[in-house]
Design a binder for this molecule. Structure first.
Ligand code: OFO
Length: 171
């Protein structure tokens, strides 16, 4: 059985994962609007991964006899100044989510909730991947410095991303 405190914290994280999916869907819409369909596709996959993160928590709370209570999802930003700006915002967002997951793990340990702590290890590993993939793209964009050829090549590479849920691997 989940403690009320843990249940609330996990419910907050479900909301945060839905917000992440909404944010990436907004980024995807922005990218398609810029004719960067590879970026648009990459963000769409990212959006789907976030939905899977939310649903993994949803199932876990139910399995532990807790109660999922959904809250309103905040509206995300809708535009960014450049591909570097949108990817920089992605990295920053993932760093924020990492801090949230770390706080949850801290709470689980304080409550001696070892099952929740075990579940959170998956999210901790996932965040390493999330930050690494965003950071890699940010670094490539810095190398490209807005040059058309490089941007088109990167856009083509991002179009290859495939959905990979259930593991911590990403493409
Ligand atoms: Fe759910 O990992 Fe990104 O936000």
């Amino acid at each position: 059985m989940l403690s009320k405190k843990m249940e609330k914290a996990l419910n907050d994280q479900i909301n945060a994962e839905y917000y992440s999916s909404y944010l990436y869907l907004s980024m995807s819409a922005w990218a398609y609007g810029q004719n960067l369909s590879g970026f648009g596709h990459w963000f769409e996959i990212q959006m789907q991964e976030e939905l899977s993160h939310a649903m993994k928590l949803f199932k876990y709370v139910n399995d532990r006899g807790g109660r999922v209570t959904l809250k309103a999802i905040a509206g995300p930003p809708v535009k960014w100044a450049s591909p570097l700006a949108v990817m920089g915002a992605t990295l920053k967002h993932e760093q924020k989510v990492t801090a949230m997951i770390n706080k949850l793990a801290e709470l689980a340990l304080a409550e001696k909730d070892f099952a929740t702590n075990a579940l959170l290890q998956w999210y901790i590993n996932e965040q390493v991947e999330e930050e690494a993939s965003a950071s890699e793209i940010v670094n490539k964009l810095k190398m490209i410095k807005g040059a058309g050829n490089g941007l088109l090549m990167l856009d083509r590479a991002l179009a290859q991303r495939q959905l990979n849920v259930g593991t911590t691997q990403q493409t």
